[in-house]
Design a protein around this ligand. Structure first.
Ligand code: URA
Length: 213
């Protein structure tokens, strides 16, 4: 099965990568700070007015070779204003630390930046607004070599695929701008601890990809 970027994502990336505006030559860290400042009170989708405490931006290295993307902030993320600091985040961080993928060396973010009420999944319109305004802009500032999508929501945001996540996870899919590797979400690993070995094997593959060039 050939996997490729969703047409709307490919079109937006082309716009961001090939039509630089006056900020595009600024250092990546400055571009990220500018984005955070601009969107810190964002209300462009319904999640902006449904009880979130704050917008939870991505965090990590502004020139990271790898970006990890989850679904949306949960309760602890909403309180602390940081991605992946709750139960699943602690599991993920521990697994990545063990492989040298420490959070200062990578960038970690979510498809939606505001906590959905009752921790429901973000709706497609909510995710797509956030992806277009924030995530793809962060990607165009950071210019990672690989993006690891954690779980079905993040994977669906980038790729058109008709099979299950389990049938495509661990594959490294090269696109025009970066590679994508889907794997399981850490919340799934909390429910299915044996699947941790599978995700560790996927992370080892991601590290080998980064080491290869
Ligand atoms: N915490 C996050 O920041 N994102 C998720 O997808 C899950 C927990």
């Amino acid at each position: 099965m050939t996997l490729s970027l969703k047409p709307e994502v490919a079109a937006r990336l082309k716009q961001l990568f090939t039509h630089p505006n006056e900020h595009q030559n600024a250092p990546p860290g400055d571009r990220l700070k500018r984005l955070y400042e601009y969107y810190k009170s964002c209300r462009r989708c319904p999640l902006g007015t449904q009880g979130r405490s704050q917008v939870v931006f991505g965090e990590g290295c502004p020139t990271a070779p790898a970006i990890f993307i989850g679904e949306a902030p949960g309760r602890e993320e909403d309180t602390l204003g940081r991605p992946f600091v709750g139960r699943s985040g602690r599991l993920l961080t521990g697994m990545m630390d063990g492989l040298g993928l420490t959070r200062d060396k990578i960038y970690i973010a979510n498809t939606a930046r505001c906590r959905p009420p009752e921790n429901r999944q973000p709706l497609p319109q909510e995710s797509s607004t956030c992806i277009s305004l924030l995530l793809l802009r962060e990607i165009s500032a950071i210019k990672p070599r690989i993006i690891c999508t954690l779980g079905a929501t993040a994977t669906n945001a980038f790729l058109d695929y008709s099979k299950s996540l389990s049938s495509i996870r661990g594959q490294i899919i090269q696109t025009e701008y970066f590679a994508i590797m889907p794997t399981y979400h850490p919340a799934y690993l909390l429910r299915n601890p044996p699947a941790k070995d599978t995700v560790i094997a996927d992370f080892v593959r991601l590290i080998a990809f980064l080491d290869a060039k």
